[in-house]
Design a protein around this ligand. Structure first.
Ligand SMILES: Cc1cc2nc3c(=O)[nH]c(=O)nc-3n(C[C@H](O)[C@H](O)[C@H](O)COP(=O)(O)O)c2cc1C
Length: 325
């Protein structure tokens, strides 16, 4: 099995890291491992697979994130995802939303390490891909380092070799998912400690990384960094990280990225898609750049119109280049 390089990855984000976003991110970062939005086992098994799981071949390496709490269904879903061509299957043990808790999905599983271990073992038996876990440092009052240690130990003994740890606990009630990404304090030390106590496991740290220096610092303690919101809101951050983390980066300017998106957008429109499906992910490309606000404004105002064509993108590009008033 080919080992994936997880020094840099972009986090799974519902409604954000869809296939269009991932195509765009791949232009910015030739090396990052990209994650899908979470897909539930119910949707994988009973839903429109082609629509849910389809991706562009350019996205590789790409990992699918599954949401589920039933080992048999997880194993079946993992198999389907392997057949679709994904490079990794990841289990979501970090999402605290009420909706997913009812289906025994996400962060609530941190209270059931035995069930997670059983699920990992079932998935590993079903596929030849790496099976990984994305979790928190704890939930509710199960937030001691000892609980985290025990969780990792049990799940690793079922065959999970890679853990992505969002370095904060989650409150299962009382906080919205958004608050659960902001309110509980970051606990990077706990993640470093996991790595030092389980040196053979691959430990990826996630949460609050917005600066190159932070990423480099984490990499002195753990095996990789996973970037979430910053990769979406300021995607050019990935271009800044690439040469620091990899030798073989071929980096594009912002304008080149836009130009390389044009053929992709053109085929999307020919297939009946809307411009905004793609360009909504590109709003942050000129974050903090001169005239970046013009780019964002032009796309926000025009790209959703029913007859919007790639001309809208070219106009926005001309504005940000200062070629149009
Ligand atoms: C809009 C949005 C959707 C998210 N959806 C998921 C998800 O589907 N699965 C998951 O494990 N985490 C999800 N997350 C959490 C991120 O993967 C990540 O753990 C979190 O944002 C912390 O990283 P950051 O501080 O770099 O953003 C989501 C985050 C955001 C902002």
């Amino acid at each position: 099995m080919e080992r994936l390089n997880r020094r840099l990855s972009v986090a799974p984000m519902m409604d954000w890291t869809d296939r269009h976003d991932r195509f765009f991110l791949r232009l910015l970062s030739p090396n990052a491992l990209l994650y899908t939005e979470m897909v539930t086992t119910g949707a994988v098994i009973h839903g429109d697979r082609k629509k849910l799981l389809a991706f562009n071949s350019e996205e590789h390496p790409v990992a699918v994130q599954l949401g589920g709490g039933d080992p048999r269904e997880l194993a079946e879903s993992a198999k389907i995802c392997e057949q679709e061509g994904y490079d990794e299957v990841n289990l979501n043990v970090g999402c605290p939303s009420d909706r997913v808790q009812r289906g025994k999905i996400g962060a609530c599983l941190m209270a059931e390490p035995e069930l997670v271990a059983e699920s990992i073992s079932a998935m590993k038996n079903a596929v030849n891909l790496p099976v990984t876990v994305k979790c928190r440092t704890g939930i509710d009052d199960l937030d001691s380092y000892d609980h985290l240690h025990r969780f990792i130990e049990l799940v690793a003994s079922a065959g999970c070799e890679t853990f992505i740890i969002h370095a904060r606990k989650a409150w299962l009630s009382g906080l919205s998912p958004k608050q659960n990404r902001e309110v509980p304090p970051l606990e990077y030390e706990k993640v470093y400690r996991v790595k030092s106590e389980f040196p053979n496991l691959e430990i990826i740290i996630n949460g609050g990384i917005t600066e190159k220096e932070q990423a480099l610092f984490h990499l002195e303690h753990v095996d990789g960094v996973m970037i979430g919101r910053e990769a979406y809101q300021n995607p050019y951050f990935l271009v800044e990280l690439e040469p620091l983390l990899f030798d073989n980066s071929e980096l594009l300017s912002r304008d080149q990225v836009v130009e390389q998106m044009l053929p992709y957008i053109q085929s999307h429109l020919i297939e009946g898609g809307k411009l905004n499906h793609v360009t909504r992910h590109m709003l942050g490309l000129y974050h903090k750049q001169p005239r970046g606000r013009l780019w964002r404004r032009h796309l926000s105002e025009k790209a959703h119109l029913s007859d919007a064509s790639s001309r809208v993108l070219l106009e926005a590009l001309a504005q940000v280049r200062g070629e149009l008033s």
